[in-house]
Ligand binder design. Structure first.
Ligand code: ADP
Length: 739
């Protein structure tokens, strides 16, 4: 009976595995289902094997029963190998396009084969060798089983081999082991049928698979990781979308703020000025929201940098106080402030972000407090050259429920929405605040009693700079009038409206700037010998960025004009980056009047005088109705481009641009370069839209789409139509402009 031990071991092993596997929550997948069938198979197989040996030992006369049980055991074994084949075949095809139908087919064919094998096994004779010490079976029936097993093992090896990629991962190592192992075991069994090790081998294979692939915990973790990745991807996509949107919003916002600021300088009735002020306030609110979204997306992408500089600490705190006083306005709130007088005057840190943190907390305190007080307190603890700022903001407002406190710093979380229905907010402020505090290695805590009030405390370490405030170069708000009549300024921006805004703002200083729509155009102007006192350069331009243009400019011998970066690509702290890239200075869009003035004062000479309004004089002779009669939606164009002057400038640009654009389109069409053709068609569409030439815009759009979809046949067929339309409109424009 010595060969009973191996099947008994197999039985225990199979039993243990079944308990472990079925007592746990499992992932619902085909592989897992197949594996459960294989587990049950091997358990039944072990039970059968142990019973057969016991019966043969205790009751050797029961030959028929022993033979029958043996055949059943063969069937179990066949089904187990079939199961393993299906398992492996499923993995090897599941990522393929038609994997599912292929698997179904394999299931049908091998199902038929297995049934055939089972019938053959059942009807073929089997012999039993029972010496009283060892017991095993042999004969035709078992040979048939081995033949079928061999076929499946071959199939398994083929499936693994034909789909090596799916099995490249280390976790599938057990299959390779199994394939090798199975061949050896089968050979052993054929040579020495007394070795009853098959049962144990099944259990062993199941065991290995359990610990490597089919363990419910491992499966669950895999599933979790897949879900986590999916969620993170969706989250990233959303944040990217928001961030792109915000960036797009900044450009029109630039126009709104720029023109409103310019209007403020005009001689307008008081009521109009008040309305403009409202526009400015709303635009600034919108800008704050957009900046918040950009900040959060930068934080999530780990791209937000803390930029430390020396700053005037007392000025920072008093700036904050006056800003908050403005926000309190008419609200019946007592604004208490206490700033520790021993705070060192000059500190080293990111004051822009510190201001953002404190302003966020104070703005919330004001927003969520109807009456009572808001207290702003700054304490300091000095240790060697470090000053710990302990900033607290307390209010007597609505307070926060205990259960909400944990969620407070999550983005987009807002509470008490019924009560705060009229309070504006995005739920981003505190999420940003906390991230900023952490980026500065500080701490933020909150205490709140619902209905009574809240207190936010922030601790930040700042380095003390042993300097006097006077030694710091601080930007002074200046109220002097400044004009620089006749100054030569070049503005470079790929967006015509931005150029228009800059021109309008510069008009306040009696400056008529020269304009360039690309880095290349700017380079050309300098190479042609134009000289300027100052260049304002957008950074985010297609083909050649502002930074790249500047690098090219610096290669030109004798080029010394100061170049100021002008970009929406930043919120704060970008100045140092641009300075490091060789720019003289930096202006963020929307352009702030005061900052622009400072830059102009720094680089231009003061010169009084009034610029002539040449262009406007020319216009009066032209007749817009001529354009309208010819299908130009002039009103819409002016709506988009803000005034007739820009509209006409755009028209001139269109004519100029067409000189190169049309031959290029022909070239791209002939070369079947659909991509580049589409880019030019797109540009034409945008121009036509701005000019209100709807027929041309529509036709260009059709060509753009055809280019994008690589439909050269459409382009060929309709090319002449487009060109005729362009020609027609060009001559209308020329007539109108008197060219
Ligand atoms: P927002 O103010 O834009 O909604 P925040 O992230 O700044 O976003 O704040 C999240 C939420 O926390 C707010 O909507 C408000 O419900 C609550 N909250 C923040 N500060 C206070 C405060 N001082 N008092 C009461 N509730 C507050």
């Amino acid at each position: 009976m010595y060969n009973l031990y191996i099947p008994v071991c197999g039985l225990f092993c199979a039993l243990l595995l079944c308990i472990c596997f079925f007592s746990r929550k499992r992932v619902k997948s085909k592989e897992t289902k197949l594996f459960s069938v294989m587990l049950i198979n091997s358990l039944i197989d072990s039970i059968l094997m142990v019973s057969i040996i016991l019966i043969a030992y205790l009751n050797p006369e029961q030959v028929f029963l022993i033979k029958l049980l043996n055949k059943l055991d063969y069937l179990q074994f066949l089904f187990w190998v079939w199961g393993l084949f299906l398992y492996i075949y499923y993995i090897s095809t599941k990522n393929e396009e038609k994997g599912d139908t292929r698997y179904q087919k394999a299931l049908q064919y091998t199902g038929g084969t297995t049934i055939l094998g089972s019938i053959l096994i059942l009807i073929s004779p089997v012999q039993i060798m029972n010496t009283g010490k060892t017991m095993y079976s042999y004969g035709q029936s078992s040979n048939i089983l081995y033949a079928f097993c061999l076929i499946y093992i071959l199939f398994i090896i083929l499936a693994i081999f034909s789909n090596r990629k799916s099995f490249a991962s280390k976790k599938y190592l057990p299959f390779y082991v199994f394939a090798a192992f199975a061949v050896v075991v089968l050979l052993l069994r054929i040579v020495n049928p007394g070795l009853v090790i098959v049962t144990a081998v099944l259990a062993y294979c199941n065991l290995v698979m359990y610990f490597t692939i089919e363990n419910p915990d491992i499966r669950m973790l895999e599933q979790l990781n897949i879900e986590k990745e999916r969620a993170e991807k969706a989250n990233r996509a959303k944040t990217d979308f928001l961030s792109n949107m915000s960036h797009e919003i900044r450009t029109p916002l630039n126009a709104i703020v720029g023109f409103s600021q310019a209007l403020m300088e005009e001689d307008l009735p008081e009521s109009a000025k008040e309305e403009i002020e409202d526009i400015l306030t709303s635009s600034n609110n919108l800008l704050e929201i957009v900046n918040g979204i950009l900040d959060i997306s930068k934080i999530e992408a780990n791209r937000l940098e803390i930029i430390n500089t020396e700053y005037n600490s007392h000025k920072l705190m008093s700036d904050i106080q006056s800003l908050i006083k403005g926000r309190i306005g008419e609200k019946p709130l007592e604004f208490r402030t206490y700033i520790d007088a021993s705070m060192p005057p000059v500190l080293y840190g990111d004051y822009v972000r510190i201001k953002q943190i404190i302003v966020n907390l104070l703005t919330n305190a004001v927003k969520y407090t109807k009456e009572g007080f808001v207290e702003f307190k700054v304490d300091t603890v000095i240790q060697e050259d470090i000053c710990r700022l302990i900033i607290s903001v307390e209010d007597s407002g609505i307070g926060i429920k205990t259960e909400d406190i944990d969620k407070l710093f999550r983005k987009f979380e807002r509470f008490e929405l019924e009560k705060n229905i009229t309070t504006e907010g995005t739920g981003l402020g505190l999420a940003i605040t906390k991230s900023l505090v952490e980026l500065m290695h500080g701490k933020i805590v909150v205490q709140s009693i619902y209905g009574k009030g809240s207190k936010f405390t922030v601790a930040l370490d700042q380095r003390i700079v042993p300097k006097k405030v006077e030694e710091l170069e601080t930007a002074k708000e200046n109220t002097d009038t400044f004009t620089s009549y006749g100054a030569r300024v070049l503005v470079v921006d790929d967006n015509k409206i931005n150029l228009k805004v800059a021109s309008r703002l510069l008009k306040n200083y009696q400056i008529v700037p020269d304009l360039a729509l690309s880095g290349q155009e700017c380079l050309d102007k300098i190479l042609e010998g134009n000289t300027y006192d100052l260049i304002l350069m957008d950074d985010m331009m297609p083909r050649m960025t502002g930074t790249a243009t500047l690098q090219n400019l610096k290669k030109i011998i004798g080029f010394q004009t100061p170049v100021v970066a002008l970009t929406a690509n930043a919120i704060s702290g970008m100045r140092e980056k641009y300075l490091a890239n060789g720019f003289q200075d930096y202006l963020s869009k929307p352009i702030n009047q005061n900052e622009l003035k400072q830059v102009l004062q720094k680089y231009l000479e003061k010169k009084e005088g009034t610029m002539e309004e040449k262009i406007e004089e020319n216009h009066s002779k032209k007749d817009v109705s001529y354009l309208k009669e010819n299908g130009f939606d002039v009103d819409h164009g002016i709506e988009l481009l803000s005034d007739l002057e820009t509209y006409e400038m755009t028209m001139e640009d269109f004519l100029e641009e067409s000189k190169t654009r049309i031959p290029k389109m022909q070239q791209f069409k002939d070369a079947k370069d659909a991509n580049n053709y589409a880019i030019l068609a797109h540009a034409m569409k945008s121009d036509a839209k701005y000019l209100g030439i709807n027929s041309l815009a529509e036709l260009s759009l059709a060509h753009e789409m055809a280019g994008k979809e690589n439909r050269m046949d459409f382009i060929e067929e309709h090319y002449q139509e487009l060109m005729d339309e362009v020609e027609k409109n060009i001559s209308i424009m020329k007539n109108y402009l008197g060219k």
